[in-house]
Design a protein around this ligand. Structure first.
Ligand code: B1M
Length: 211
């Protein structure tokens, strides 16, 4: 079994120590951090989701796999987040109200930080009022993540709350997460959508006019 397959298997079975040790080993073998992230860690979570859908995994298995992934991300973080000079802009990022998924949101935050943005992480289950407050406090971009079809509407509610508070024109709004699409972004009046953490960086730069 290759080291990437080993890491993948460790995450799926929720072996945090094994997954983290595997990442260290892969780095020693000079495997790029992004390859480890995409081909071992994210790929493992995709399989965990498939197993959940097939009724082979339940919530506890998803939780321990998520914990293994979060642990295994730690040695990659310094490589994905290279410190920039002046911040390009301020991003307030959160998972929307009702939604507790944070791995994708954390990855997007990490990559944006690596690209030179200043990040304010609002966490999960973020109320529209919390996004509004972040906009009032000077965020340039409001970034919302949703993993559930049932929580996507909170993105619309948040944009409406920004409008109601009179700060919608002061910020750019970007959205993402597995069920989110460009057409949903257009429908709710977001300024942009991206499907993964790398394109989120390109989008954020475009939104504030630095790319
Ligand atoms: Co949940 N869950 N979960 N879960 N979970 C999904 C999302 C699901 C697809 C599983 C499945 O059925 N196949 C399904 C959603 C179905 C749907 O709505 N269509 C689901 C469900 C149903 C649920 C519960 C309702 C289960 C229940 O209670 N019956 C429950 C809801 C809890 C809640 O939030 N209120 C629930 C709970 C959980 C756990 C807590 C156990 C755990 C989360 C732990 C954690 O995050 N700390 C969990 C997990 C782990 C998953 C899966 C398996 C993995 C998610 C993940 O981390 N993916 C997931 C299945 C799947 O996604 N394949 C599933 C890896 C991550 C890197 O990808 O988050 O997509 P992702 O992020 C990507 C892109 O989407 C994008 O970039 C990231 C990096 O490339 N992106 C953005 C994300 N945010 C972005 C923002 C941007 C731009 C890009 O701009 C701002």
């Amino acid at each position: 079994m290759s080291i990437l397959q080993e890491i993948r298997a460790s995450v799926i079975k929720g072996d945090a120590a094994g997954a983290t040790a595997g990442v260290h080993k892969a780095l020693e073998q000079n495997i790029p951090a992004l390859t480890i992230l995409n081909e071992a860690l994210i790929s493992a979570m995709t399989e965990v989701g498939e197993k959940f859908e097939a009724g082979e995994f339940y919530i506890p298995e998803m939780l321990i796999a998520a914990r293994a992934m979060q642990n295994a991300l730690q040695p990659l973080k310094p490589l994905l987040v290279e410190s920039g000079a002046e911040p390009l802009g301020r991003v307030a990022i959160g998972t929307v109200q009702g939604d507790l998924h944070d791995i994708g949101k954390n990855l997007v935050a990490m990559m944006l930080e690596g690209a030179g943005f200043e990040i304010r992480d609002l966490g999960t289950n973020t109320a529209p009022a919390t996004f509004v407050k972040a906009a009032q406090d000077g965020a340039d971009i409001i970034a919302m993540s949703a993993l559930l079809t049932t929580t996507m509407p909170a993105m619309k509610t948040t944009i409406e709350a920004l409008q109601a508070a009179g700060v919608r024109d002061r910020v750019k709004v970007m959205i993402g997460g597995a069920p989110v699409t460009q057409s949903y972004a257009d429908q709710i009046g977001a300024d942009g959508y991206s499907g993964d953490a790398s394109s989120a960086v390109r989008l954020a730069k475009r939104l504030i006019g630095v790319a």
